[in-house]
Design a protein. Structure first.
Length: 385
């Protein structure tokens, strides 16, 4: 703990000099993220000292999050490739229709030329007495000749376009094969990590199956979260309250009773209800929802933490200025990283059971200066998702 405190103190000492400008540039943002990463590593060392089971739960849940992120990216690539393939096949149909049309026209011209023959053209010219008539006939035959040449060139161009289209289709199909192979590998890795995670959660549950152990662990988790929130508040104290023209700061206090719900689901626990372990009470809401359900920001803010924390699993914390923060815990996947700015209703994660939970649900808190407040008083009951 002393080592962690020393590192954190150094981090906080340097943080006040990070943002002299009105808006943080990429270099400064990168520096802040590095400091948060260092903070996360220190937290990780403390958490994993508890037991091998706790260490394995953390490692597998982080691995699962990364695998799901990879699968999400591969799915987007697959969709883009499928759309490209569909467009290419549509273009091929159009090119085939044009090719057939030009081929028919060229065939008609060649048949006419064959039937007329050069001798017939010469006889016609010799029999004409009027020079004006001769000129008109020559112009007509010249036009036919140019039309045939143009038709031949157009047909050649069309054939080249068809060949290029076929190559593009071939390459796109090859890309799709690679993507699907990668997806299959990631899915196998996902299944493997899920099995390991379930074993680790079972082992961890056996370690803390007594009320005494559960109480000690929950209190330790809460103390760790409280310390983390204090550290983050100081770390981001000097960063401007506005990241861009697209993210406008809003007075959080004026949104009381108007915030949208972070997820659509069933309320499992309310603020202040007893946990059934010692004198501990819920400091937020647990909202049951299907795994993978979208989790949205209740208000504009900056991501100050996006990592795994004991007891809370994959946790994302948004800073809304003036001491207000919203917490989104037990996620299956985090879709933002520290330093990112998000708007109201923007997706920040997906519902899961991380943190060793046995039920998929979002754990949601609102805190002011580190003190939990009842989220129900802030959320609009009429707009429950």
């Amino acid at each position: 703990m002393q080592k962690f405190g020393g590192v954190l103190a150094m981090m906080l000492l340097f943080s006040s000099t990070l943002y002299a400008a009105n808006e943080p540039d990429q270099a400064k943002l990168k520096q802040v993220r590095q400091e948060i990463q260092q903070l996360s590593q220190n937290l990780s060392q403390q958490q994993t000292q508890r037991s091998n089971a706790a260490k394995q739960v953390r490692a597998t849940e982080l691995s699962l999050s990364n695998i799901r992120k990879n699968l999400r990216g591969l799915e987007k690539q697959s969709q883009r490739a499928e759309q490209k393939l569909q467009q290419l096949r549509k273009e091929r149909g159009q090119l085939e229709a044009v090719r057939q049309q030009h081929q028919n026209q060229l065939g008609d011209m060649l048949r006419m030329a064959y039937m007329a023959g050069h001798d017939e053209q010469l006889k016609l010219l010799l029999n004409l007495q009027d020079p004006a008539s001769v000129n008109r006939v020559l112009t007509y035959y010249n036009y036919l000749s140019n039309a045939r040449l143009s038709a031949i060139k157009t047909t050649e161009t069309n054939l080249i376009a068809l060949r290029n289209n076929e190559l593009a289709i071939k390459h796109t199909l090859a890309d799709l094969t690679i993507i699907k192979t990668s997806q299959q590998k990631e899915k196998l890795a996902l299944e493997k990590q899920l099995a390991i995670r379930n074993q680790a959660v079972s082992a961890l549950s056996k370690e803390i199956n007594t009320s005494k152990n559960q109480l000690a662990r929950l209190r330790q988790d809460e103390q760790q979260l409280q310390k983390l929130l204090g550290s983050l508040k100081k770390l981001f104290a000097d960063i401007p309250p506005k990241a861009s023209i697209n993210t406008k700061p809003i007075d959080f206090t004026k949104q009381k009773g108007q915030l949208g719900w972070p997820v659509k689901g069933t309320l499992l626990n309310r603020f202040g209800e007893a946990k059934g372990i010692g004198d501990l009470r819920w400091r937020g809401l647990r909202i049951a929802a299907p795994a993978g359900e979208t989790v949205r920001a209740v208000s504009p803010g900056r991501v100050v933490f996006a990592d795994w924390l004991s007891g809370f699993g994959l946790l994302l914390i948004l800073d809304h200025q003036n001491g207000y923060m919203s917490l989104y815990a037990q996620n299956r996947e985090l879709l933002k990283q520290s330093g990112d700015w998000v708007n109201v209703n923007e997706t920040v994660g997906t519902v899961g059971d991380s943190g060793g939970q046995n039920q998929t649900a979002l754990y949601f808190e609102i805190r002011h200066n580190g003190v939990p407040t009842d989220p129900i008083k802030w959320l609009n009951r009429q707009t429950k998702r």
